[in-house]
Design a protein around this ligand. Structure first.
Ligand SMILES: Cc1ncc(COP(=O)(O)O)c(C=O)c1O
Length: 446
């Protein structure tokens, strides 16, 4: 029998029956049943009981290979012994101080050593806060008001940046070469959109024309080199190099948001692109699994903080637990670790793309490193180059069917079309993932 959405949904709810119950129980006290809404998975979330290495164990007692790993955060897998040890060391000494504690300095030093464009770093509690702070710093430094971001680029949930990350064709988003800024949520004041200029991924001509028109009032361009939450789109290297040059010419700061992409290489994805942004936003893996966000960048720009022109302060900024866990995670992430992750990612990409092409299936895997994108397209051979390609080319029904079926068969994927790998994964895990994907796609096309 051909596998379709209705059948995959039925199997999913049967397999994760306790999670279904927990979701509806939670709904009495928590809107939607749980706080992390991005984990709503088809009809409900999958509740985790514990994590160990590359696996997450659900409350039903099912073991899943964790290809989500908290949207790329747990790059070393669950419960890594070195990270656990670092957290336990801090706990012995007390874990909430207003006073500076040196764990922050160690993490700052590691980031400055690894990432060429970073000379100084300031820490926050989340990457949303870090993005908000980066644009405040850029505005303070340049004396300009507006910010430019890409359609489909996600930089956290805060009002200033939750604009045009997930626009839809129904929201009157403007022409392809000049998108309109649109709030991603009700409750964002309309004047927030007025301060945002929206750019087009991989279309240099469109970006140049928009930026030249607004150069006098644009403080910064904020970008992901490979977007994630707004849909996986890999930027072309040449495109990024030209944007860097243009922003320098126009006196606009370039902020690269490496919240997810830092797992590409020791120096982040920017080191592979050989691009030097003015500021870099970081988060997720640099907290080793605990809450964190950071902005790093050129020494000279941080003068606006040192001279108290730009003010940013938070109760838990530079929290010792997150900083100690983050340093431990970075120490584990040595050259061999990156090599192992990227080799597994390349294998998935090469083998599945070769197979899909040879078998004439409209399925592709793309992306540059251990956070890959996958897509079921409407036609064979289609590529995803801009956010709007999602509107025109993606077969939503197949995306959802595949994601639910993967979970039922023991693989926790990211339903929006992302796969994140972790350090404890083995070649056997990757073979299992590849063969299961092939079997599901074949069943979907019977
Ligand atoms: C690129 C990017 N920037 C910022 C954020 C916001 O991070 P946080 O959830 O830590 O606020 C995310 C979260 O997914 C992200 O992917």
């Amino acid at each position: 029998m051909k596998l379709d959405y209705a059948e995959s949904l039925r199997k999913f709810s049967e397999t994760f029956n306790l999670s279904k119950e927990e979701t509806s129980k939670g709904n009495d006290q928590i809107p939607g049943g749980f706080s992390r809404r991005t984990f709503a998975y088809g009809p409900h979330a999958i509740f985790a009981e514990r994590g160990e290495g590359q696996y997450v164990y659900t409350i039903e007692g099912k073991k899943l290979l964790d290809l989500n790993n908290n949207f790329s955060t747990n790059v070393t897998g669950h419960n890594h012994p070195e990270i656990l040890k670092a957290i336990q060391e801090v706990l012995k000494k007390g874990f909430s101080f207003g006073n500076p504690v040196n764990y922050e300095l160690e993490l700052a030093q590691l980031l400055c050593q690894r990432i060429d464009s970073i000379e100084k770093v300031k820490f926050f509690c989340s990457a949303s806060e870090a993005c908000l702070s980066a644009i405040r710093i850029a505005r303070g430094y340049t004396g300009k008001n507006k910010i430019a971001k890409f359609e489909g680029g996600y930089h956290g949930f805060c009002d200033d940046l939750a604009i045009s990350a997930h626009p839809t064709p129904a929201s009157f988003p403007g022409p392809d070469f000049h998108p309109k800024p649109l709030p991603d949520s009700a409750g964002i004041p309309t004047y927030k959109s007025d301060n945002v200029i929206v750019l087009v991924q991989n279309d240099y001509q469109a970006c140049e024309s928009i930026l030249r028109n607004h150069a006098d009032d644009v403080a910064c361009v904020i970008m992901e080199l490979q977007s994630g939450a707004g849909g996986v789109v890999e930027l072309d290297k040449e495109f990024v190099a030209r944007i860097r040059k243009l922003t320098q010419e126009l006196g606009i700061l370039l902020i690269i948001d490496e919240t997810m992409t830092l797992r590409a290489a020791k120096g982040g994805l920017q080191s592979i692109y050989q691009v030097h942004p003015d500021l870099t936003v970081m988060g997720k893996m640099i907290g080793g699994g605990l809450p964190i966000g950071a902005v790093g960048g050129r020494r000279e720009i941080f003068r606006v903080l040192e001279e108290n022109q730009v003010l940013i302060s938070g109760t838990h900024h530079g929290h010792p637990l997150s900083c100690a866990a983050g340093s431990a995670c970075l120490r584990v992430m040595n050259d061999e670790a990156y090599e192992h992750l990227n080799r597994m990612a390349k294998r998935i990409k090469d083998e599945l793309n070769h197979w899909a092409k040879a078998s004439n299936y409209p399925f592709i895997v793309y992306g540059a490193f251990s956070m890959l994108g996958y897509a079921f397209t409407k036609e064979i051979g289609q590529e995803i180059k801009t956010h709007r390609d999602y509107w025109h080319k993606i077969d939503e029904d197949s995306m959802n069917t595949y994601a639910l079926e993967m979970a039922t068969q023991g693989y926790f994927p990211v339903h929006r079309g992302q796969i994140g790998l972790t350090l404890p994964m083995t070649d056997e895990d990757i073979s299992g993932y590849i063969e299961t994907t092939k079997a599901i796609i074949q069943k979907m096309h019977e």
